[in-house]
Design a protein around this ligand. Structure first.
Ligand code: NAP
Length: 246
């Protein structure tokens, strides 16, 4: 493998499925060594092995981004086994929908724990090696739902607004220390997220699903940032399938 990310190491959370998998595959194809993180260690290892079979360098780990200890351990293992950490893609997330009147507050808490706190926790863990080396790229996968509200998505949107706000603050804290922070806010993407959703929306095989963006499209957007000169930052990207507009 050789590419624009030769010699760099990336850690991608939620890299066994959907958007995270698409980004991990692209970063590997561009030459980065990739640390695959999900809660399912066997699936993380199988995903990493597929990247190795394709000619890349990768390791697969089990870590739950909601756990401070597990997130720190994942970063430490990445640094030890792959030789550093240059790029963090904080992507792991879940979605549960319902009207405010009828939603279970436990679902709001579960989404906040994974989507917001999990992103904040793994980002803090990644900052340690990045600040020490004075260089890094942090890519947060938020959502178009982090820029507007959608009826029945209140709990989910709140977590994504939280990610956008967190990253806005962080970007200003670390920019002069060589770390670029960019937040991606995609509309609908063709991933298993929709099959796991507790409402019948964009299921596999529907016209709605077919119209969505592909994980490779989000990976291309990540590469737009990573290819730019070090003094240039895309602060936030809002992107949609052409069937969707807000
Ligand atoms: N699909 C869309 O239309 C869309 C649009 C905008 C934004 N997004 C966002 O994009 C991100 C990825 O979504 P996706 O559509 O690719 O979903 P997906 O296909 O369901 O993949 C989710 C990934 O996150 C992992 N994960 C979930 N909870 C985790 C935890 N606590 N710790 C570590 N890993 C965890 C999952 O693995 P395990 O369950 O095995 O841990 C899986 O690898 C999410 O943040 C989502 O909100 C999605």
């Amino acid at each position: 493998m050789s590419g624009v990310l030769d010699g760099q190491v990336a850690l991608v959370t939620g890299a066994t499925s959907g958007i995270g998998l698409g980004i991990a595959q692209r970063l590997s194809a561009e030459g980065a060594a990739v640390c695959i993180v999900s809660r399912d260690g066997a699936r993380s290892r199988a995903t990493a092995e597929a990247l190795v079979q394709a000619g890349g360098r990768a390791v697969g780990l089990a870590a739950d981004v909601r756990s401070v200890d597990e997130a720190r351990q994942a970063v430490d293992t990445c640094v030890e086994t792959l030789g550093g950490l240059d790029i963090l893609v904080a992507n792991a997330g879940i979605g549960i929908i319902g009207s405010v009147a009828e939603a279970d507050p436990a679902d709001w808490r579960a989404m906040m724990d994974t989507n917001y706190l999990g992103t904040a926790i793994v980002t803090q863990a990644a900052l340690r090696p990045m600040l020490a080396q004075g260089r890094g790229d942090i890519v947060a996968i938020a959502s178009a739902g982090g820029t507007k509200g959608y009826p029945d998505w209140s709990g989910y949107c709140a977590t994504k607004w939280a990610v956008v706000g967190f990253m806005d603050c962080l970007a200003q804290e670390v920019t002069e220390r060589g770390i670029r922070v960019t937040t991606l806010c995609p509309g609908g993407v063709d991933t298993p997220f929709w099959d796991a959703l507790n409402e019948d929306i964009n299921r596999q095989g529907t016209a709605g699903r077919a119209a969505l963006m592909q994980p490779a499209d989000i990976a291309e957007t990540v590469m737009l940032q990573l290819r730019l000169p070090r003094n240039v930052l895309v602060k936030r990207t809002l992107l949609f399938p052409t069937s969707e507009w807000h």
